[in-house]
Ligand binder design. Structure first.
Ligand code: ZN
Ligand code: ZN
Length: 158
């Protein structure tokens, strides 16, 4: 018998088949595998996200330029920064329309050959117009008042 005593054999066996040692080995191995695959996916996903972002901004530019004529700008206040620009549904109901869409809104507009009844507004003008009772952006109201030579501050109820 290779062991000096039964106690020594028991100690050896206990050590050898210690479930915590075994599982620790697997945890380490699995941990390394997971870390490796996570690193790979992280790098890969980053590429994909970047590509998707570029594709989306390309689509946005194509759509905005179409509805603006040439250089994308807000139809109301001439804002030119792309980040501020959105597509506005001229007859309202833009959000309801967008909710029915499964694909990206800009892609949908391209695929549907740029339907009429849309224009380009900046987020400010789009929001203000959508939330006003008369459907006018404050810019428009001010322009109207200015053309009548009335001080807009007198009629401002905001
Ligand atoms: Zn604007
Ligand atoms: Zn405006």
């Amino acid at each position: 018998m290779p062991f000096a005593s039964k106690e020594k054999q028991r100690a050896y066996n206990k050590n050898r088949y210690d479930p915590t040692r075994r599982s620790q080995y697997h945890i380490n191995a699995r941990g390394k595998d997971l870390a490796r695959s996570r690193a790979w996916y992280a790098g890969h996903a980053d590429d994909q996200r970047k590509q998707q972002r570029e594709l989306k901004s390309q689509r946005k530019f194509i759509v905005l330029s179409h509805y603006s004529g040439s250089l994308p700008r807000c139809a109301c206040c001439d804002e030119e920064r792309i980040e501020f620009l959105t597509i506005n549904h001229l007859n309202g109901g833009g959000n309801a329309h967008r909710r029915t869409m499964t694909t990206n809104f800009y892609l949908w507009l391209i695929q549907n050959d740029f339907p009429k009844d849309f224009n380009v507004l900046c987020l400010n003008c789009n929001f203000a117009q959508g939330h006003s009772r008369d459907g006018l952006c404050p810019h428009e109201r001010e322009r109207e008042l200015q053309s009548k030579r009335i001080n807009p501050l007198i009629l401002c109820n905001a």
